[in-house]
Write a protein that binds this ligand. Sequence first.
Ligand code: CUK
Ligand code: CUA
Length: 639
Amino acid sequence: MKPLNQTLLLISLAAGSWLTACKPNNAATAISGDAAVKAYVPPGKYDEFYNFVSGGFSGQLSVYGLPSGRLLRVIPVFSVDPEKGYGYSENTKAMLNTSHGFVPWDDLHHTELSQTNGEIDGRWVFANANNTPRVARIDLKTFRTAEILELPNSAGNHSSPFITENTEYVVAGTRFSVPTGDNQDVPIASYKQNFKGSLSFISVEPTTGKMDIAFQLQTPGVNFDLSHAGKGPSHGWFFFSCYNSEQANTLLEVNASQRDKDFILAVNWKKAEEYLKAGKGVKKASKYSRSHYDEKTHQATNEIMNEVTVLDPAVLKDICYFIPCPKSPHGCDVDPTGEYIVGSGKLAALLPVFSYTKIQKAIADKAFDGEFEGIPVIKYEAALYGEVQKPGLGPLHTEFDGKGNAYTSFFVSSEIVKWNIKDLKVLDRVPTYYSIGHLCVPGGDSRKPNPKYVIAYNKITKDRYLPTGPELAQSAQLFDISGDKMQLILDFPTIGEPHYAQAVSADLISKNSTRIYKIDENANPYVSKGEKETKVVREGNKVHVYATAIRSHFSPDNIEGVKLGDEVYFHVTNLEQDWDIPHGFAVKGANNAELLIMPGETQTLKWVPEKAGVYPFYCTDFCSALHQEMSGYIRVSAP
Ligand code: CUK
Ligand code: CUA
């Protein structure tokens, strides 16, 4: 057995025994004193923070209140959601269209709130799709997915959707390099010659938020993992961790974890912008799609685009620089001052902290150790500020408190470690239950963290909750960090698998939250602005039912004249103008889902009846004392 395999084995064995060794006898050993009071939000009172938590392979995003851990909302992004009709209604289907057709699932790992001057501004939250590479923008006025942009020349969109400090760009980096030539049907073993990575810089229009691929950087075929933008002095730079610098086409440890160091890639995106302006980009035929949900027409549209502009950093020498980083780096985090960049080698027994100032000096002095695939490699010592020695096992991610401290998650030793950036000394450590992945301090990757809590998002739940069969809800844990020592105050279950999450002061979002859609502003082509406007219109074999819903009836509620072979479109407008009064709509036998229609909105359900007969329909959302009466019949006759 190769030495490396032994190391890995030891690490995994250590993880196993650690779990049993340090397991508390009961919850009381892990939680103490005034913890319950600190997490207590009295009934009827609001939480202090919103917590936006990625839903992993559920394709959704969930929203919790902190410190209570109350689940406030599940937002469907890359997956259909029958509760809200998302992906089922005619209005929303186009959101999930891609160049591969309708893709109603994905793996959502990271959430990133929009920023102005390096501070969270509460306008949008971005989310990535790993599998069919996409980036979504969710509007925090409505808590709905407003836009989804597909990424060409990309696979495994993991290093995403991290942003620059004025939301100039959202970036997206490939986890899987792929063949990018015209002929993509090449032997897998030709990885080194034919496979390339890409970094997409997605521009965000400042007022509307509309996303577009400004340019892509074509990179060597490595695996990009995570990234963060520079800030303050390092604004204009972006830092990406990458592994598999061996460029192996099979990621067995012996192949892909051989080298002592992989890389962090430092990207000068301001320079890239200059080259773009100077016409140094190459137009490349690339098919991808963009979906947008319009708040006035209440409809999604989808367009297919055919071209991106690509810059090649191996030709344009001063855009990209590799910095060696020990052993399969994962997290790549920039502190609030913008000076320090923390790399987390999953298999390393130390944490390297790089200095932006030293990186600049190394570039000016050409302190290089040759090139990797045409890109200069800065000498490790020339970029290094220092190393945190023996911090824990399996470092993954780091967040900051804005008071000079960093909080790093350790998957293998299952703990959060607090350390000081200046002197690189460990200050405190707390166990997590169990095997933490990401962690979050409110604003913890921005210029202005709110150092009140750190939340752990754990990979393994084991004995923390009542058994629910073979699988348990994944667990988040809330720690108070206002004192010198971290204190566990709450466990709460999450939706799907949580990876990255962000939290923000509630008042930044709650005051702008949409209460209703104004019915006068409803520009849906099938709207009925009052019961007098309702009607049934036949167009060939399509039957359009223009309907309204208001407490507690539908209009029309008896529909006849539909023939077998017809396609029926129920266009239901909710006439309510009160906050939190949606109506639902479902018809017997419909093989998709329901509609859930917000006040002032129009939504459309398509239904193709398969037999003659009379079919009831009804409101699915308990809306008034006469909700059970809110129903009707549609008759389908033989042709
Ligand atoms: S990854 Cu999940 S624990 Cu996809 Cu951000 Cu590190
Ligand atoms: Cu409308 Cu129930």
